[in-house]
Design a protein around this ligand. Structure first.
Ligand code: GSH
Length: 310
């Protein structure tokens, strides 16, 4: 881990809790938009934008899912970093073919010479202007959903206007109480904070279980962005968050409706190829030495999202 200060990389832990023992995720710095009509400085074009992801990272996973679901594989290129994130941050096995970077922080420094902050994934890079358009996954998925319509035949709208307010409300709660909560539990450095986070997380899972017991999807009768933003946390849960982040009251497979939901989304064509449990385990257990000092990666659990039972 580390971060850029005035465009220079500094090694050292930045993912620690603060003095209160709580963990806070920093805001994303690059917030421009690709637009279909070119009204921003970044018009939608085929072959212009490049997505850099970590397959382990749940925020990256959202962008991988929307890129695949909207059939943008031939429109927006994609490259993945290596599983381990240590002193140099995220790194590439080979120089990234588009930016030439060996380390993700070089991409940030190329975009802004005096950049200060973390070098996080996902990143949406513009080949033409040689800069980062956006590094906030919630915004990248909205661009993939809507702005590239001229370059894909896939018409499914994952953020339909009539459901937008409900999707926003669910997203906000799922982000705070589930997606980010597992990290706050895992990186807490005080017992009472960890316990508070885990307690809240499992009440949120109880709420989702009750909702998905009665409904097929989180919002309306169709799969929306809200469902695809929940999946990355649920597919990582039993293999990583349960053990590594000590979110261990129950497994996802012990919640009948949540487990059905995960398997249903996993069965959607193209989704399974975005899921890589071994990669997740190597990343989390290998990278977060503050909570797993020897970097030992556990062997289990045996998990099969295609099975009707575990
Ligand atoms: N708000 C960002 C969060 C992204 C994020 O936190 N990514 C993590 C990986 S899961 C990261 O790259 N962290 C780099 C670091 O901690 O130095 C988004 O959703 O796009």
């Amino acid at each position: 881990m580390g971060q850029l200060i005035d465009g220079r990389w500094h090694r050292g832990a930045v993912d620690r809790g603060d003095e209160s023992g709580a963990y806070r995720r920093s805001d994303s710095a690059f917030r421009a938009r690709v637009t279909a009509d070119g009204s921003s400085d970044f018009p939608a074009e085929a072959g212009r934008y490049h997505l850099i992801v970590s397959p382990a990272c749940p925020w990256s996973h959202r962008t991988m899912l929307l890129r695949m679901l909207k059939r943008l594989e031939g429109v927006v290129s994609m490259n993945a970093v290596e599983p381990l994130m240590l002193e140099d941050g995220w790194t590439f096995a080979e120089p990234d073919p588009v930016t030439g970077a060996r380390r993700l922080y070089e991409v940030y420094a190329a975009a802004r010479r005096d950049y200060t902050g973390k070098a996080s994934v996902p990143v949406l890079w513009d080949r033409q202007r040689r800069t980062i358009v956006n590094n906030e996954s919630s915004e990248i998925i909205r661009m993939f959903n809507r702005e590239f319509a001229a370059f894909t035949a896939e018409r499914t709208d994952y953020y339909p206007a009539p459901l937008a307010a409900q999707i926003d409300a669910i997203n906000e709660r799922v982000y705070r109480e589930v997606n980010d909560a597992v990290y706050r539990a895992g990186f807490a450095t005080r017992q009472e904070i960890y316990e508070r986070e885990v307690t809240q997380l499992f009440s949120a899972l109880d709420w989702l279980e009750a909702h998905l017991d009665a409904h097929e999807c989180l919002v309306g009768n169709q799969l929306t962005e809200a469902d695809w933003r929940l999946l990355p946390t649920l597919v990582r849960f039993d293999a990583v968050y349960f053990g590594h982040f000590k979110c261990n009251r129950r497994h996802v497979y012990q919640y009948p409706a949540l487990w059905r939901f995960v398997r249903r989304l996993y069965a959607v064509p193209g989704v399974a190829a975005t899921v890589d449990i071994d990669h997740y385990k190597r990343h989390y257990y290998g990278s977060h030495r503050s909570i797993n000092p020897n970097g030992i990666v556990p062997v289990g659990p045996d998990i099969d999202f295609r099975a009707s039972k575990l």
